[in-house]
Design a protein around this ligand. Structure first.
Ligand code: ATP
Ligand code: MG
Length: 263
């Protein structure tokens, strides 16, 4: 299944937020979205997931979702959004309830996703007993349980410390490393350019608001072989930062001009 952004534009009242965004992402692919704060990244993700209707253009899917998918486009958020009164297993089970699955099918899915996220030993644990990294692994396990075609991730690692981020990055790399037609894909919104170059096949650099695709950076190196201290990747991250910094500086200058005129 492919997710296609087709000339998406959006505004909130008089505030234009996104302008003419087009790209596609399919099985086994990761598209990262970076750009200055407030340029419309989260809005774009919500539009892609069908939570918000764009003012112009559209988000559409092409091709069949994975077999038995309960939710082809599934969100993973920064704040984990776990229910504190449910165990790890209970939090995963929650998204499977009400779909008419047999108990055995549910058990099997829970077992499978907890094993894929290395949480098997913590099935009966409550979220407050877990570290931040483990909580986000529960968030990811829950997302995987519904057999998504694509994960829509909004700063999924931002609440975590650097070491934990690094470990979860390895997990995410593994998750998207299948290459079947049913392999998982991701749209990955991040402020962290190191994460973008570690994970993505393509990085969309958005301009400041209204977000346009200022540049698409392609990274071809084998995802599994990428290391965060790889000089090539470090250089790409620095180039990305230069692109974003130029835009942020321009926005600041404009704001200063307006203040001068007002004053
Ligand atoms: N529901 C809403 N109603 C009105 N304005 C909104 C709404 N949601 C977002 N905005 C505004 O739209 C712009 C884009 O917001 P969005 O959250 O998409 O940016 P972002 O790129 O995700 O920012 P950040 O990097 O800080 O997470 C911002 O100026 C924000 O204030
Ligand atoms: Mg955001």
């Amino acid at each position: 299944m492919q997710l296609i952004a087709d000339h998406i534009a959006h505004a909130y009242g008089p505030l234009p937020v996104l302008d003419d965004i087009s790209f596609a992402v399919g099985p086994g692919e990761v598209v990262a979205i970076v750009g200055p704060s407030g340029c419309g990244k989260s809005t774009l993700l919500r539009i892609l997931g069908g939570l918000e209707k764009p003012q112009a253009g559209r988000a559409l899917v092409a091709g069949a979702p994975p077999s038995a998918s309960l939710n082809p486009l599934t969100f993973v958020f920064q704040d984990f959004a776990l229910l504190p009164w449910r165990t790890v297993e209970g939090n995963v089970r929650l998204v499977l309830e009400g779909h008419g699955l047999t108990q055995a099918a549910m058990d099997e899915t829970v077992r499978d996703v907890l094993s894929r996220t290395r949480l098997t030993d913590f099935a009966r644990t409550y979220p407050k007993q877990l570290s931040g990294g483990m909580r986000q692994r529960v968030g990811i396990a829950r997302a995987l349980a519904v057999r998504p075609a694509l994960l829509l991730m909004d700063e999924p690692l931002s609440a975590l410390d650097a070491q934990t981020r690094e470990l979860l990055m390895d997990d995410l790399v593994e998750l998207v490393s299948g290459d079947s037609a049913e392999a998982l894909g991701m749209v990955y919104v991040t402020h962290n350019l190191d994460e973008a170059v570690r994970l993505a096949d393509r990085i969309l650099v958005l301009s400041r608001r209204p977000g346009r695709v200022r540049e698409t950076v392609t990274i071809t190196a084998d995802r599994r072989a990428r290391r965060s201290d790889d000089p090539g990747l470090v250089r790409r991250a620095r180039e990305l930062w230069e692109l974003i910094r130029a835009d942020a500086a321009e926005a600041d200058r404009e704001l200063a001009d307006v203040e001068t005129i007002d004053g």
